[in-house]
Design a protein around this ligand. Structure first.
Ligand code: ASP
Ligand code: MG
Length: 425
């Protein structure tokens, strides 16, 4: 069989009818190859659906309806434009069916918990976008089959953070992506299905992970993530003006960067690729001929300039055992068990004899529950609205420039990496 290439198009690459036309020109060039195309929700639809969910949970039906209408108008008008104004095209009817399914949920009381309902609502972003892209490609003669990701990626019931069962998913993927019957398949990023067919999601920005796991399960030759930037950059150009493109990044470096909070790719993306040595290309959908960046295996260390990652909305929590016991193994394991139980993401830790400090994302809901739980055994103090700056391959000058006159709450330095928890600027 010819090699399989996996493409991932994120929200920005499908943000409008024009963007979807651009996507189609890219796909057209590769249309004789075996392709699996993973698509995210259009533009900021995921955020918009999160708002809808919030309104439902709060019982604010006026706000809910307003937001839903916006989402509906946005999708329908892009779709109508793509099929040359033909409101009778089957695509429009299919989108309307999806909107009816979405809305039907809101006539009930959200009684099954936030995470469960999150997945049932927010997954519609990808269900809608893939319907539009798939129909449009077919409409302009790029024949493709739309696969429902919930039928090929089997997850457990950890809503909002579905864990993929690779063995079952591998079997399902071989069955669904049948390259003897077609050569271009399109599917949703970010979503999966449980054994009984309930929808789960894989964590925000999880479409990269979908692309990687599909590449792994289908033994693809490579994965290309098409983005609105030139490739992997040494910093976020919106924050640091002298960002440069990195031509080559090893898997190891990429996983470190993603863990520190770099927005290049979802942190879970690298492992499935590294396990099968599948290279990942990050390319610009604006300049598809430009070389982009390659993330792949490297036997020797690759020299990189200083790479900056800024994570905002951080909270620094300090825990002191109420009974004044040392922060040693049993105490640490108790703290980590609590953090794990509440799914609080740990970004940096530090301990002294009788205190433990941890820097975490400010996920309000999870954090407030975790803090409550911690108060049983610990005196809890915390600072919020902080930033965590990571500088990989630092130089003294870069540290001086970025940290010199800032208030630093916590810092750590290894030979390759410096990290600073600071007040926001
Ligand atoms: N649409 C989802 C999100 O915005 C998944 C993704 O874009 O990768 O988080
Ligand atoms: Mg997105």
């Amino acid at each position: 069989m010819n090699p399989i290439h996996v493409f991932k198009f994120g929200g920005a690459s499908v943000k409008s009818a024009d963007a979807i036309r651009n996507l189609a020109t890219i796909v057209k060039r590769y249309s004789t190859k075996n392709l699996v195309i993973v698509v995210s929700a259009m533009a900021k639809t995921t955020n918009a659906l999160e708002e809808v969910l919030m309104h439902w949970m709060n019982g604010d039906f006026t706000a809910l309806e307003k937001k839903l209408n916006e989402i509906e108008q946005f999708h329908i008008s892009a779709a109508v434009e793509l099929v040359d104004g033909n409101k009778n095209h089957v695509l429009i009817a299919e989108l309307q069916t999806l909107f009816t399914q979405l809305k039907n949920q809101f006539s009930q009381v959200p009684s099954k918990g936030y995470d469960y309902h999150y997945d049932q609502v927010v997954s519609f972003g990808e269900l809608l976008s893939t319907r539009i892209v798939s129909h449009y490609l077919n409409y302009i003669g790029i024949a493709n089959s739309l696969i429902d990701a919930r039928r090929c990626l089997r997850s457990d019931t950890s809503y909002r953070e579905g864990v993929i069962d690779e063995t079952t998913s591998s079997y399902l993927c071989q069955r669904e992506f049948d390259f003897t019957s077609a050569n271009i398949f399109l599917t949703q990023g970010f979503i999966a299905g449980t054994e009984v067919g309930t929808t789960t999601t894989l964590g925000r920005e999880g479409s990269d992970y979908t692309a990687a796991i599909l590449a792994n399960l289908l033994d693809a030759q490579d994965v290309t993530i098409w983005k609105d930037v030139a490739g992997v950059l040494s910093a976020d150009p919106k924050i640091f003006s002298n960002a440069v493109k990195l031509d080559f990044v090893s898997y190891q470096e990429a996983i470190e960067l993603a863990y520190c909070g770099a927005q290049i790719i979802h942190p879970k993306t690298i492992k499935p690729l590294q396990n099968k040595k599948i290279p990942l290309y990050v390319k610009s959908f604006v300049e598809p001929d430009a070389p982009g960046s390659t993330i792949a295996h490297s036997d020797t260390p690759v020299k990189l300039p200083p790479v900056l990652v800024l994570k905002r909305n951080q909270v620094l929590i300090t825990l002191t055992p109420r009974d004044f016991s040392f922060v040693i193994e049993d105490c640490l394991s108790k703290i980590f068990a609590l953090l794990y139980k509440h799914r609080v993401k740990v970004n940096m830790v530090h301990n002294s004899a009788i205190s433990f400090t941890v820097c975490v994302d400010d996920d309000k809901l999870r954090l407030s529950q975790a803090l409550e739980d911690m108060k049983t055994d610990f005196v809890v103090r915390y600072n919020s609205h902080l930033e965590l700056l990571t500088i990989r391959h630092y130089t003294p000058e870069v540290i001086e420039n970025l940290v010199g006159n800032r208030v630093v709450y916590l810092q750590q330095r290894t030979r390759s990496t410096s990290r600073f928890v600071m007040d926001r600027q």
